[in-house]
Design a protein around this ligand. Structure first.
Ligand SMILES: Cc1cc2nc3c(=O)[nH]c(=O)nc-3n(C[C@H](O)[C@H](O)[C@H](O)COP(=O)(O)O)c2cc1C
Length: 195
């Protein structure tokens, strides 16, 4: 119990990765955690597309970056100073930040709970990753990575059903050596309402 809470509290979004690929056994466990996540109606509709091809990940990440227009950081409003996001640093060219493993979570287009199912699976995966020393980051609006001709070719190559869409990506990789583990922002007060 204590260990689980420690893992939950310690997990942070990692965007600066080592080049080396993650351990295969760690990946297996992370995917298992995703497969065992809750799903609406127990339908297990989420598909986990694991890509470790650096060129493909780089190209999709650049497409996603090009299709994103985040509200850029200011002195008082930023995502992360230690692990900068595309909203913090306009020089970052890939929305996948060079992660060696990118897992795209696909779910049925016509399913009301597609996004929730993917988010639940992603959180399980990110907590499993944290417990194994693997860094992770949730990337929303996953479909924008495939929103051009190359992205569409990749979907065909991966044989993704046309009635499924990319809800999100989970980036995986080892945090860069020498980087301090990020400190969380203080929690905003008044968010727990008790009656
Ligand atoms: C729904 C959702 C979408 C997110 N999308 C992105 C994203 O597109 N790019 C990114 O770098 N981080 C993304 N994040 C990660 C958040 O920026 C991060 O969780 C937040 O800044 C809090 O930091 P922490 O995860 O280290 O606690 C997303 C997180 C969630 C929950």
């Amino acid at each position: 119990m204590g260990e689980l809470i420690d893992t939950i509290l310690r997990r942070r979004s990692i965007r600066r990765f080592e080049e080396r690929q993650i351990d295969e056994e760690a990946l297996r466990v992370i995917l298992e955690a995703g497969l065992y996540a809750p799903s609406a109606g127990g339908r297990q509709g989420v598909l986990f597309a694991v890509c470790q091809n650096r060129e493909v990940n780089e190209r999709l990440g650049r497409i996603k970056r090009a299709n994103s227009s985040p509200k850029m950081a200011t002195k008082d409003s930023f995502v992360s100073k230690e692990q900068p996001s595309i909203a913090d640093d306009p020089e970052i060219k890939s929305a996948f930040y060079g992660a060696p493993t990118v897992v795209t979570l696909f779910a049925p287009k016509n399913f009301l709970f597609a996004a929730e199912d993917c988010a639940a699976a992603a959180e399980n995966m990110m907590l499993a990753a944290e417990s194994l020393g693997v860094g992770s980051c949730y990337i929303g609006q996953g479909w924008t990575a495939f929103d051009d001709g190359y992205g569409q070719d990749v979907l065909r190559l991966w044989d993704i059903r046309r009635d499924y869409y990319a809800v999100a990506q989970v980036l995986l990789g080892y945090p860069r050596e020498g980087d301090a583990h990020p400190t969380p922002k203080p929690r905003k007060a008044g968010r727990v309402l008790r009656f």
